[in-house]
Design a protein around this ligand. Structure first.
Ligand code: NAP
Length: 199
């Protein structure tokens, strides 16, 4: 398969590339690194990406940012950061990418555990992650027949603990290689409209 991994230069994306590369042709996409570059907050940039990369069999997205901070201090602009990047960035990869995907292809997006297991400072993350999972189950039943879509919802990743561990007290970190297996299941299996929880 020809598989695009948007965010393939990041912590989770690199593990996904390592898992899938022995069996498939991988196109790694980052914001500043990778085989190709894209800014998922810009539909023009996403269109340019697909024009450059062309047809593909699977798109994996392991990207998107959002604001973490005290709820008391958050205003509308803080929520729109995550809406524009992690939510609509990934949704737009699907909306635009569906014109380039081969028959029997698949999309796999990334949400996260905070959709249903909230932490302090995570109100925007909980909202965005739940919206991504909702998009996936809704889009799955209307995508062109044969095209699949799933999301992977990881817990805090072991390899991210140094940077993020203080936000996730009491959580059980997941090795990134195990998170990568869920993307393999989505891309190489036949499930559709699923949220793969990796905790
Ligand atoms: N790490 C965790 O513990 C964890 C747990 C649950 C969910 N998640 C979610 O998983 C996703 C990936 O997390 P991660 O820890 O692997 O992140 P990461 O290491 O920071 O990697 C981010 C990746 O996204 C790319 N990127 C950043 N901004 C972009 C933009 N505007 N347009 C296109 N690409 C962009 C980066 O490209 P460059 O390398 O070129 O900058 C990089 O490839 C995020 O949505 C995160 O919320 C992470």
């Amino acid at each position: 398969m020809r598989i695009i991994v948007v965010g393939g230069t990041g912590t989770i994306g690199q593990a996904v590339v390592q898992e899938l590369a022995p069996r498939h042709e991988i196109v790694t996409v980052g914001k500043s690194a990778g085989d190709f570059q894209v800014d998922i907050t810009s539909t023009e940039s996403i269109k340019n990406l697909f024009e450059q990369v062309g047809a593909f069999d699977a798109l994996v997205s392991t990207t998107g940012s959002l604001h973490f901070g005290p709820f008391e201090e958050m205003d509308e602009s803080h929520f729109y950061q995550g809406i524009q990047s992690k939510l609509m960035g990934q949704v737009n990869l699907v909306l635009i990418g569906r014109s380039y995907i081969n028959d029997a292809g698949s999309f796999t997006l990334t949400s996260g555990i905070l959709s249903h297991d909230p932490i302090r400072f995570g109100a925007s993350a909980s909202m965005v992650n739940a919206a991504i999972d909702g998009f996936v189950i809704g889009a799955a039943i209307e995508l062109k027949p044969g095209i699949r879509i799933n999301s992977v919802s990881p817990g805090i990743v072991q390899e991210s603990m140094e940077a993020l561990g203080s936000y996730f007290r009491g959580h059980n970190p997941v090795p990134v290689a195990r998170v990568a297996l869920a993307y393999s299941k989505s891309v190489e299996g036949l499930l559709n409209g699923q949220v793969f929880h990796v905790i």
